[in-house]
Design a protein around this ligand. Structure first.
Ligand SMILES: NC(=O)N[C@@H](CC(=O)O)C(=O)O
Ligand SMILES: [Zn+2]
Ligand SMILES: [Zn+2]
Length: 425
């Protein structure tokens, strides 16, 4: 890969300092040493932040290249300000072997506009019965550190305990899709409450999530291993996480942008765009999630970008696929929900969307401060720009965008990954 030299002038960092940044050889260099004829980008009025890191992306390749590919998904990621994404294992074939993980990493190197980090499955075929080759995936060239059966919960307690024990040896982490399959029955497709009753949709009680979180944090304490909770969506889960962190349990958690902004009311029109797992929750949960992300009980934002082809999504609500896209809109939605409301400053936003996710995933070259010598992973943002979201205006192959028609912050102006421009408005 070529590493063009670029001088970005007058960018404001998250701490308020205004600086020039020299991108040279894929790293940040001292701007005083910029060649006289260097290409410059005037960043007056813009902020420069470390490239964002997404702990939770569905790239759909291999297997569902009609919904997304590594190429299209990472183009969408770059447009969202991301320089790294963790690619969930629920592809076809499932990422449950060293070879499969290396294949995803190789696709990333070939087609990626961001670093593609394969997540390994916890169980073979995501079937929840036998542990996958966790050690082999870790020791492979893909160096898998994060394991998840996302889309499915590792609901067998003994298997979950063994998975946690296993990854402890190499400081791995089990990322759990917390959902009790008995409490959230096969027809569950909407938060259990007033709206599900009114619409006659299968209800999904909040405790289907929090009871698994409560079990898992105790297993993490028992095994002294690391647990990460995917897409936390309820106030009850937040309470459990707060308790677990106070006990010193090695647990981290993420929340999606959509669970920070949208509520159950979005499904009142039976539009399957708003059908997602876990479901959109009532406002009291949204407020609890915002508070938890602000105070650090929830450590990070994970998009759960879940692209779906039209023919899987355009069905009656009960029959449509679960999931919504999120990479391109994530920063704008988080700014709307957290910064505009005064809950989070830009410095903490960088922690939640870049440095902390990088630390959770063990990515040494991501989420680093914008200092000389560090990798040139940079996103330039216009903190004041807003625009009306149009689902058709996307680099993703899918259109299941829940923000279409809403006017939201639209901050990302340019993204640089290892010094290379991967997106420019
Ligand atoms: N979030 C979703 O609604 N769907 C995800 C699976 C998941 O994240 O559980 C998908 O793969 O489509
Ligand atoms: Zn999930
Ligand atoms: Zn997911």
């Amino acid at each position: 890969m070529s590493h063009p030299t670029l001088l970005i002038t007058g960018a404001r960092l998250a701490d308020g300092e205004v600086r020039d940044l020299l991108l040279e050889g894929g790293r940040l260099a001292d701007p005083a040493g910029a060649p006289a004829d260097v290409t410059t980008l005037d960043a007056d009025g813009l902020m420069a932040l470390p490239g964002l890191v997404d702990l939770h992306t569905h790239l759909r390749e291999p297997g569902r290249e009609d919904a997304e590919t590594v190429r299209s998904g990472t183009l969408a990621a770059a447009r969202g300000g991301y320089t790294a994404v963790l690619a969930m294992a629920n592809t076809n074939p499932v990422t449950d072997t060293a070879e499969a993980a290396e294949h995803v990493a190789a696709l990333g190197r070939r087609d990626g506009s961001a670093q593609v980090v394969p997540v390994g499955a916890v169980t073979k075929g995501l079937a929840g019965e036998q542990l996958a080759e966790l050690g082999l995936m870790h020791r492979s060239a893909a160096e898998v550190r994060v394991f998840s059966d996302d889309g499915h919960c590792v609901h067998d307690s003994r298997l979950m305990r063994r998975a946690l024990e296993y990854v402890r040896a190499f400081d791995g982490v089990i990322a759990q899709h917390a959902q009790d399959p008995r409490l959230a029955g096969p027809d569950a497709c909407c938060h259990e409450g007033e709206v599900s009753g009114r619409l006659g949709l299968g209800g999904w009680p909040a405790v289907a999530e929090s009871t698994i979180v409560a079990r898992d944090v105790q297993l993490a304490r028992l095994t002294r291993s690391r647990l990460h909770v995917c897409h936390v969506s309820t106030a009850e889960s937040v309470e459990v996480l707060r308790w677990a962190k106070a006990q010193g349990v090695a647990v981290t958690a993420e929340v999606t942008p959509h669970h920070l902004l949208l509520t159950t009311d979005a499904v009142l029109g039976y539009d399957p765009t708003y059908k997602v797992n876990p479901p959109l929750r009532p406002d009291e949960h949204v407020q609890a999630l915002r508070q938890a992300l602000a105070d650090g009980t929830i450590d990070a934002v994970g998009t759960d970008h879940a692209p779906h082809a039209r023919h899987d999504k355009e069905h009656a609500f009960a029959d449509a696929a679960f999931g919504m896209v999120g990479l391109e809109s994530a920063l704008g939605v988080v700014v709307e929900a957290m910064v505009q409301t005064g809950l989070l400053g830009w410095g903490d936003l960088v922690a939640r969307m870049s440095s902390t996710p990088a630390r959770i995933a063990g990515l040494a070259d991501q989420g680093r401060p914008l200092a000389v010598g560090e990798p040139a992973n940079v996103v330039l943002v216009d903190p004041t720009r807003r625009s009306t979201v149009d689902a058709a205006d996307t680099l993703s192959l899918s259109r299941n965008n829940p923000y279409s028609g809403l006017t939201l912050p639209d901050p990302v102006e340019a993204t640089f990954w290892q010094g290379r421009c991967t997106y420019r408005r």
